[in-house]
Write a protein that binds this ligand. Structure first.
Ligand code: S3P
Length: 449
């Protein structure tokens, strides 16, 4: 297990680009595989999670090739064309990949076995098994509806109408992808809007997805089944979830001035920017444009002392993956920050609420953890730092590892992450990129030499 430590940092500065958006990368590979003709993807995230999706699409018959230029080409099989793989599909750490693929497989009459690492094997799959069973798929899963899991897709898939019990883009997307090869209209009703990359990309590939706003912020999404999807060019923006680590680092390390370029700014993903602004962060968006329905822009952030605030439950879905690093921002802010509506954090790559609360306490931060909320009493002030000096368990969770490394950039004593390898799932090159901005890391060998 490669441990990694970070030292208190000098000001961070520079213009950088972070790797491609993970959610959009998974979807580009999957839709490319069920479109006819060639899909060309630039900026694909080449992290372990997305590479697992590329392998899965190959195993189901699509041609997926990485050119030397870094562009990816997918020759798809058309809606309904996926083939039965001849081996078990190992999805590693990726909940998004396995849940969306279960959706695609549900309306293909093929049998697929999915496995994953210890983190993925502990995550709940009933949330997709329930609606996909209504489509006609059958499942043999480990206890509690978990991986390893063998799924047989429906011979005659049914279009369903499904109201999501939890606000989850993964479940919504799984149902919509299943609906692709079902006749008639598949409908998903979501209680709160969640990231809509699937809806946007399905339309980009020639699908027919309509979104209606309902009372109280709910949405009704209707997909017309059995469309002829056509291969398209996809430009993947930089991942706002990865950019978030830089935004927080620059907001807590005095004197920092950082620009992150070409970042996806889909409003249903941009809660981190709003929350940091509510905390007083100095952030501006430059060069805003739209690409295949997705907003993109550069984010310029300059250090300023943060202040605690109330982060209400309505913000939670728009910053679902950014909460760990926002807790770090709150730890360095002046005053108290209360985060609400965090129930879903308990079923991510780790129980992010419990793991963050424990790690923050170990680093000397005063936090109080509730069932679905967290109160962080920030140490605050330019010259007042979190004590740090702890070794924190990353718990097979990339975002936990990166969040604590960011905290260490403004802690009195180095913070060590016991296993930094999960970072490769979503942010290959994290350490190198942070070093290029001015951060200082130390491996175990460096410490002992
Ligand atoms: C994702 C949706 C979110 C998010 C995950 C990526 C997606 O999960 O946490 O990292 O690409 O659809 P939920 O939909 O389960 O909240």
């Amino acid at each position: 297990m490669p441990t990694l430590s970070v030292l208190k940092s000098a000001p961070l500065s520079g213009h950088v680009r972070v790797p491609g958006d993970k959610s959009i990368s998974h979807r580009a590979l999957m839709l490319g595989a069920v479109a006819l003709g060639e899909t060309r993807v630039t900026g694909l995230l080449e992290g372990e999670d997305v590479l697992a999706t590329a392998d899965a699409m190959r195993a189901m018959g699509a041609k997926v090739v990485r050119e030397d230029s870094g562009e990816w080409r997918i020759n798809g099989l058309g809606v309904g064309g996926l083939l039965q793989p001849d081996h078990t599909i190992d999805m590693g750490n990726s909940g998004t990949a396995v849940r969306l693929l279960m959706g695609l497989v549900a309306s293909h009459n093929i049998k697929v076995t999915f496995t994953g690492d210890a983190s993925l094997s502990s995550r709940p799959m009933m949330r997709v098994i329930t609606p996909l069973s209504q489509v006609g798929a059958t499942f043999e899963a480990a206890e509690g509806g978990r991986l390893p899991l063998t799924q047989t897709g429906a011979k005659s898939p049914m279009p369903i109408e499904y109201e999501l019990p939890v606000a989850s883009a993964q479940v919504k997307s799984a149902v919509l992808l299943a609906g692709l090869n079902a006749p008639g209209e598949t409908v998903v009703i979501e209680p709160k809007p969640t990231r809509d990359h699937s809806e946007k990309m399905l339309n980009h590939f020639g699908g027919d997805v309509r979104v209606e706003e309902l009372d109280g912020g709910a949405r009704r999404i209707t997909l017309k089944g059995q469309p002829e999807l056509k291969g398209r060019d996809v430009i993947v923006p930089a991942d706002i979830s990865s950019a978030a680590f830089l935004l927080v680092a620059a907001s807590i390390v005095p004197g920092s001035d950082v620009t992150v370029t070409g970042v996806g700014l889909n409003p249903l993903r941009a809660g981190v920017i709003e929350t940091l602004k509510d905390m007083g962060a100095n952030i501006e968006i430059l060069n805003q444009q739209t690409e295949a329905g997705e907003d993109i822009g550069d984010i310029h952030v300059q250090y300023t002392g943060l202040k605690g605030c109330l982060v209400s439950a309505s913000r939670a879905p728009d910053q679902i993956d950014e909460n760990p690093v926002l807790f770090v921002a709150a730890a360095c802010a002046e005053g108290q920050t209360r985060f609400e509506g965090l129930g879903e954090l308990r079923v991510k790559e780790s129980d992010r609420l419990a793991v963050m609360a424990k790690g923050l306490k170990d680093c000397g931060v005063d936090v109080e953890e509730g069932e679905d909320w967290l109160v962080v009493n920030g140490v605050g002030g330019t010259d007042v730092n979190v004590p740090g000096g702890a070794t924190v368990a990353s718990s097979l969770d990339h975002r936990i590892a990166m969040a604590f490394l960011v905290l260490g950039m403004n802690a009195q004593n180095p913070i060590t992450v016991d296993d930094a390898s999960p970072i490769e799932t979503s942010f290959p090159g994290f350490r190198h990129l942070m070093e290029s901005l001015g951060a200082t890391f130390q491996t175990e060998e460096q410490e002992n030499s």
